[in-house]
Design a protein around this ligand. Structure first.
Ligand code: ADP
Ligand code: MG
Length: 691
């Protein structure tokens, strides 16, 4: 029955169906998985004398008085009495008929919240019904579910529909149990049907507290299954990719040694270890799918370059993609500097390129002269073709969605061979998230910074003390240092953000006439941006005013001071990224968080974390706790799916057992169970995984 459409239920016509669709309810099963937000206890009658403030209660009694009272607002005040005491019912809106119905001597049953009113404990606008003399009215047998509803579809209506579905479920069954008995036993899980029935009709003795906290075994059962379905779908995606073919890549030592010989430093142990992990993947005849996490400044670019050299040594082209033009351009320059001397041509593709230049660069990629092609998402475009693409490197993965990740994969396919994929991110992904959102990837962590870095000292200063901050910039620049001034705005509008940056640049340049102030923002032409960045790098510009476009990757070691305006509006991970632009040289660096008072409690906590920690992983974990996974990764961008019942934060402890269960199903080849679970919980959504 579970896959049948809701329209089969009595009372569901096109209009109701459309409203249900707004709640993502299409099938009977969707309705069964549409769980209550909370419950009301109407299963027992509370003695009036025992009512507690704040309690929701059912009471019964006799009306002793009913009068219209002219207070600040006209109200109908009704005194209800049982053997234990008296309480006031107060109505601000009432009709004459209603008043008559509450005549002295009437027996009522009421349900409502007990509040403090002018006469002591009162129930405001309680639900009520009249009790017939000598007739025992039954109380509810179960806790009353309160569902998430939508406009035009009321609680009682929805409750009635769920009841219909539950009755069908009881009569026909139909929520097939896809978890084998061994798994249920091992993880102490309830049977699915029992869990669903219990959650819609909890018996009176069930702890409401436990239900509210999502800790009831019936909830745990559904959460477990949902998480498992997601985990299985990622594993399936991964298996599908691993079943594909790729050219095994080996060697490249000569090129690598030539590059390292020209660098003023040697790789850290962590860089070497991660490169070994990458090499082991590249040697396989199936595509690598590896995520490299490394805090800002940990040297991911070098690892990428060394991986690229192996591909190039084997005659395979490499595409390297970055999320912003500034970053792509910076990669282009760094990698050109590193690779051109080894005889490797590097091409460059960006959105805002001139037609002729673009055509030239496209030809270099297509005809294979360019070993490495660096670019923004422009690399995804239709007309970009490669001669023999063997490795795709994506920097700062969290800005590219799963979709884009897969689009580039499709692009790389040639003669049935897939390119290897290396994904690099500076946003440390807390383990819980990595386990659920990236189960399709292998992970490596560069857990060490190159030697000689000094931690950035971070202070939070309120906006009123801006002049002091400007003095500090002046002093720093006089000492020959450079500074970033980052403008942020809460508005999504890039235009406004750029205008704000422009205004700030003008003000600062008037206040600091002895220094050159540069400006970069997202709406400038690539060449203009590059000119400013070059001047900043060369030291000709001392103060760089920027929007968050400089967030990622920009590398100017002499810049040792950063001011971030309105830091309270940014995510911690983003602040950490920004701050990572300083502290790249040997001099002590500072980051000033110039906030607007008063800060919210959350704002204070977050800026506190930034002051106390410089460890990207610690910061990301805290950010996850404070803001939730969607915010951290950008739910839409990552394709990080919305769960129906599970909550990654609340249910983090289940992730490990869920992984074990997923592997258990896989190891036993229970593909049908896995497929059915995926279908049940992800349905159509899972399809995009194949895109
Ligand atoms: P990120 O991981 O943030 O992308 P980058 O690759 O931009 O970091 O590297 C940051 C800086 O550290 C660059 O200037 C880079 O040349 C330098 N670097 C990379 N590896 C090392 C190393 N092993 N020793 C010293 N400096 C390094
Ligand atoms: Mg980088």
């Amino acid at each position: 029955m579970s896959q049948r459409p809701v329209s089969e239920l009595k009372g569901v016509g096109p209009q109701v169906a459309e409203k249900l669709a707004r709640l993502q309810i299409f099938s009977l099963q969707d309705l069964l998985f549409h769980l209550p937000l909370r419950y009301q206890d109407r299963t027992r009658v509370t003695a009036i004398g025992g009512l507690q403030l704040g309690q929701d209660a059912v009471i019964e009694g006799e009306v002793k008085a009913a009068d219209i009272v002219m207070g600040r607002r006209r109200s109908l005040v009704c005194r209800l009495q049982d053997g234990s005491g008296t309480v006031t019912l107060r109505f601000f809106h009432f009709s004459a008929a209603q008043k008559q119905g509450l005549a002295v001597g009437t027996r009522l049953r009421c349900y409502g919240e007990v509040r403090r009113g002018s006469s002591g404990l009162e129930l405001f606008h309680p639900e009520y019904s009249r009790l017939q003399e000598g007739m025992e009215a039954p109380v509810e047998a179960y806790l009353t579910p309160i569902y998430p509803v939508t406009e035009g579809l009321h609680q009682n209506r929805l409750r009635g529909l769920v009841e219909q579905a539950l009755r069908l479920l009881e009569q026909e069954g139909g929520l097939q149990e896809w978890l084998p008995p061994e798994l249920l036993a091992e993880h102490g899980l309830m049977a699915l049907q029992d869990a669903v029935l219990l959650l819609h009709r909890p018996p009176p003795e069930v702890s409401q507290q436990q239900l509210l906290e999502g800790q009831h075994p019936a909830q745990r059962r559904l959460i477990f299954e949902e998480l498992l379905a997601h985990q299985l779908s990622l594993l399936q995606l991964r298996q599908r990719i691993q079943a594909l073919q790729a050219h095994p890549l080996q060697g490249g030592e000569t090129l690598r040694e030539a590059l390292l010989a020209r660098l003023p430093f040697s790789p850290t142990a962590a860089q070497r270890r991660v490169l070994e992990e990458i090499d082991a993947d590249l040697e396989q005849p199936r595509p690598m799918l590896r995520l490299v996490q490394g805090d800002v400044g940990s040297g991911k670019t070098l690892v990428a370059a060394l991986a690229a050299l192996r591909s190039l040594a084997c005659g395979g082209q490499v595409a390297m993609m970055a999320p912003t033009e500034i970053l792509a351009e910076q990669h282009y320059r760094t990698l050109s500097d590193w690779l051109q001397p080894l005889g490797i041509q590097v091409a460059w593709l960006a959105g805002k390129q001139g037609v002729r230049e673009r055509r030239e660069q496209l030809a270099l990629a297509e005809q294979g002269q360019a070993g490495l092609v660096v670019g923004t998402h422009a690399l995804f475009q239709e007309e970009v073709r490669f001669q023999r693409l063997a490795l795709v490197i994506i920097d700062e993965q969290h800005r590219f969605g799963v979709h884009q990740r897969l689009a580039l994969k499709a692009k790389g396919e040639q003669d049935g061979y897939q390119p290897h994929q290396l994904i690099m991110t500076a946003t440390p992904i807390p383990r819980t998230l990595a386990m659920s959102a990236y189960a399709d990837l292998d992970c490596s962590v560069i857990d060490e910074l190159p030697p000689g870095r000094t931690p950035v000292e971070t202070v939070a200063i309120p906006e009123e003390r801006r002049p002091e901050v400007i003095d500090r910039v002046r002093k720093g620049c006089r000492e020959g240092r450079q500074a970033y001034w980052v403008c942020t705005l809460v508005e999504e509008s890039e235009v406004l953000q750029c205008q704000a940056a422009q205004a700030t640049a003008e003000t600062l340049s008037a206040l600091l006439p002895e220094f050159r102030v540069g400006l970069v923002h997202g709406r400038m032409k690539a060449a203009e941006k590059a000119a400013v960045m070059d001047a900043f790098k060369a030291g000709g510009v001392q103060l760089l005013v920027a929007t968050t476009v400089i967030e990622v990757g920009v590398d100017v070691p002499n810049a040792s001071l950063m001011i971030i305006e309105n830091p309270e509006r940014l995510g911690l991970a983003q602040l950490h990224q920004l701050r990572g632009r300083v502290g790249r040289g040997a001099t002590r660096s500072y980051c000033v968080l110039l906030y607007r008072a008063p800060l919210s409690q959350m704002g204070r906590e977050r800026l506190g974390i930034m002051r106390e920690s410089s460890d990207g992983f610690v910061i990301a974990e805290k950010d996850l706790q404070l803001r939730g996974p969607g915010e951290l990764l950008g739910a839409r961008q990552t394709g990080l799916v919305q769960y129906r019942i599970a909550d990654l934060q609340r249910d983090a402890a289940l992730l490990e057992p869920v992984q074990a269960a997923a592997r258990w199903l896989q190891a036993r080849g229970l593909d049908n169970n896995a497929g059915s679970l995926i279908q049940r919980w992800l349905g159509a959504r899972e399809q995009y995984g194949q895109a």
